[in-house]
Design a protein around this ligand. Structure first.
Ligand SMILES: C[S@@+](CC[C@H](N)C(=O)[O-])C[C@H]1O[C@@H](n2cnc3c(N)ncnc32)[C@H](O)[C@@H]1O
Length: 315
């Protein structure tokens, strides 16, 4: 029997309410002006129909170059050349949709990055490569366990792009609080502990993969955490901007965009994943919290009690 604390969204299409499916399946009258929606379809077909020059931020979490099942649809590992062609194909469809000052983030594992990076470099300015230390990973007898992912930060223009560094500060516990003349240096003493709000680096070790007791968790095999997407969205877009995700999966980027008052559009080939995404989107009006992002800053792992205490004090 499933534990009461297990919040995983993993209902089947048969269990989904007709209203929920109707939200996804209702015919789209004006696809060019469509916003705040998940489209169930093939991105390579749908992207051709969208309006140009509207996207401020594209979040691209494509199938990595691995054998993977997505709701019964098989993605087969390709040769390097084939994967590069596949990447160039979605980039060609994405580019016309982007604004001149747009940013693009592409997720990848280290092996896929070897094929991916040269194609990204040919098409965009690579601003950075973020390492996400994601902890969970399958152990191996003959190799090092994979505990990280790459996130490529790209821009259309090398200089003109949004980057709100003050909105993505990291709140860290101060282990050795230093005082000069009795005054705290760069940190705050609070009733919940001593903290410093630090500048965010390109090494992200504060974000867990969604797990069963988290309300955002779904049955999707490669779901990204809302906290991770929130960092990107807050840094690289402004409220009201338009965010696009052509491989939307369980809708994590769309849900996070909605919580942060951005417009969004996602495309996903699996109706089941669209249904999980739409279910999550319908909950946003009741719950806009993003686990790990509290009081306008990002917190380290396992600090929920301290976060709650801070919010209690504020309220
Ligand atoms: C790596 S997963 C994305 C997971 C997503 N970021 C999340 O948090 O749930 C890639 C997704 O792309 C979808 N996909 C693959 N090819 C597609 C295509 N041509 N059109 C639309 N969706 C596609 C897969 O079904 C899968 O859900």
């Amino acid at each position: 029997m499933r534990s009461k604390r297990n919040k995983t969204i993993d209902f089947s299409l048969e269990e989904a309410s007709p209203e929920l499916l109707e939200q996804i399946l209702q015919p789209i009258k004006n696809i060019r002006g469509t916003r705040d929606k998940i489209i169930n379809g093939d991105s390579f077909k749908v992207m051709k129909k969208l309006s140009p020059h509207q996207v401020s931020l594209a979040l691209i979490d494509p199938p990595y170059n691995l054998n993977k099942q997505y709701d019964g649809l098989n993605f087969k590992k390709m040769t390097t050349e084939e994967y590069q062609e596949y990447t160039q194909k979605w980039i060609n469809l994405l580019k016309p949709l982007l604004k001149d000052n747009a940013s693009v983030y592409v997720f990848s594992d280290w092996a896929t990055s070897i094929s991916l990076a040269p194609v990204l470099a040919q098409n965009f300015t690579i601003q950075n490569r973020i390492t996400w230390q994601r902890e969970k990973g399958r152990g191996s007898q003959k190799n090092w366990k994979n505990g990280m992912e790459d996130i490529w930060f790209l821009t259309v223009d090398p200089n003109k792009y949004t980057f709100n560094v003050d909105r993505v500060k990291q709140r860290r516990q101060v282990v050795a609080p230093y005082k000069k003349d009795g005054v705290a240096k760069d940190w705050q003493a609070t009733s919940t502990g001593n903290f410093r709000d630090t500048m965010p680096s390109n090494f992200w070790d504060d974000i867990s993969i969604p797990y069963w007791s988290m309300p955002e968790n779904t049955g999707h095999p490669t779901q990204k955490p809302e906290k991770l997407l929130a960092k990107i969205i807050l840094a690289s877009s402004n409220p009201g901007d338009f965010i696009f995700d052509p491989f939307a999966g369980s809708g994590s980027s769309l849900v996070t965009a909605a919580k942060l008052n951005r417009h969004y559009l996602g495309i996903e080939q699996s109706l089941l994943y669209c249904a999980w995404g739409q279910y999550r989107l319908n909950q946003v009006k009741n719950d806009q919290t993003i686990q790990g992002y509290t009081d306008g800053v990002f917190w380290e792992r396992n600090t929920l009690a301290a976060q709650r205490k801070v919010m209690r004090h504020k309220n």
